[in-house]
Design a protein around this ligand. Structure first.
Ligand SMILES: NC(=O)c1ccc[n+]([C@@H]2O[C@H](COP(=O)([O-])OP(=O)(O)OC[C@H]3O[C@@H](n4cnc5c(N)ncnc54)[C@H](OP(=O)(O)O)[C@@H]3O)[C@@H](O)[C@H]2O)c1
Length: 325
């Protein structure tokens, strides 16, 4: 089953509403999972160089394209400008590295991954740190970086450009100073973090929205633990309202959480490397939530942010850190 529901960007480009995430999908798992995902019908793949798996994703994509099982035009590939590269001069070089790894001539969507630049030691291949954690690059200038995003668009290295984890003020500043408006905003979005004002703002400006962590990103617990962050994360698939709606439709809680996002006119990019779960996540186009069920899910909003970058200690010192404390 191929996802036949699309979001249309302000430049006419169409993106499949349901995609697959690849964060915390280690190289050894992602090859098999991506093959299964393409067989199952996924055509939209969300990547980033910081996920450290673009090389293996590129090998799988090339094998599918070379064998004639799929055409490049059928795929929608997103990747992102990483935090150390929020420097105008770095954008083209870093995108070309992603393209080389992904074995593609262009991506469909290139996003600025986060609004804060972070200092990186190229020689050592690691983030520069001080007592407060990673060291923010205080010179980050969104308008200057966006001009370089426009330049790679103009060169045909990407079909569309957008931002991720930007707040309303940061997006407005880009809108006030751009030649090409962002086509897409990627943010954390799920029943416990609905971000209604930000999404309404994007709708009013003609910017489509992609929901990351649509299932609550359980994997963040591992990162938090490794970084010594003690935080209780909610289990979205264990919410009573979600479970009872799932039972009423003969679906799983994950399918209800995803269907709710798609019915709001957004895109969702759940990550799974499990053969059954990745198929399950795509199988959400044969039922509809009632108005009453949607109301119940809307009422769960609790402003609980799971991906607050606490595992990335130090970034909160950046003047462009996007989330209010
Ligand atoms: N722009 C950004 O800053 C940003 C931040 C975070 C994420 N993202 C993107 O968004 C994608 C999705 O977010 P995420 O990976 O953080 O979290 P997520 O998709 O909300 O959750 C993924 C977790 O849920 C599990 N899972 C998947 N399907 C399931 C199902 N049907 N039933 C039960 N468990 C299920 C996965 O385990 P299994 O793999 O074992 O199934 C994994 O542990 C990422 O992979 C990445 O591409 C972007």
């Amino acid at each position: 089953m191929v996802c036949d529901k699309f979001l249309t960007f302000n430049n006419g480009v169409k993106m499949p509403a349901l995609g697959i995430g690849t964060w915390q999908a280690p190289e050894k798992e992602v090859e098999e999972a991506l093959n299964l995902a393409l067989e199952a019908g996924y055509r939209h793949i969300d990547c980033a160089p910081v996920y450290l798996n673009e090389g293996v994703i590129g090998r799988v994509l090339k094998s599918w394209i070379d064998s004639g099982k799929i055409t490049r035009e059928e795929l929608f590939i997103t990747t992102k400008l990483p935090p150390p590269a929020l420097i105008p001069e770095a954008v083209e070089t870093v995108l070309k590295k992603s393209l080389a790894d992904l074995q593609l001539e262009y991506v469909d969507l290139y996003l600025i991954h986060v609004p804060f630049g972070i200092k990186f030691d190229e020689a050592k291949g690691e983030f520069i740190k001080d007592d407060g954690g990673v060291v923010p690059d205080m010179t980050t200038d969104h308008v200057a970086v966006w001009k370089s995003m426009e330049a790679v668009l103009e060169k045909g290295l990407t079909k569309s450009i957008g931002v991720s984890n930007f707040n309303m003020k940061q997006i407005q500043r880009i809108l006030d100073n751009c030649s090409v408006q962002p086509a897409n905003l990627q943010i954390e979005h799920h029943v416990y973090l609905q971000q209604k004002d930000l999404i309404n703002f994007c709708k009013a400006k003609g910017i489509t929205v992609t929901a990351y962590a649509p299932l609550g990103s359980k994997g963040i617990a591992t990162l938090n633990k490794a970084a010594g962050v003690d935080r209780q994360l909610p289990d979205l698939m264990d919410i009573e309202e979600v479970k009872s709606i799932a039972a009423a439709h003969g679906k799983t809680p994950a399918q209800i959480l995803l269907r709710w996002i798609i019915e709001r006119g957004l895109s969702a990019i759940p990550k799974s490397t499990n053969p059954e779960r990745l198929k399950q996540n795509l199988n959400i186009f044969d039922f509809k939530l009632s108005a009453e069920e949607v109301e119940k899910l809307n009422a769960l909003d609790a402003n609980i942010r799971v991906c607050d970058f606490a595992f990335f200690k130090g970034v909160e010192r950046h003047p462009e850190f996007p989330f209010a404390s």
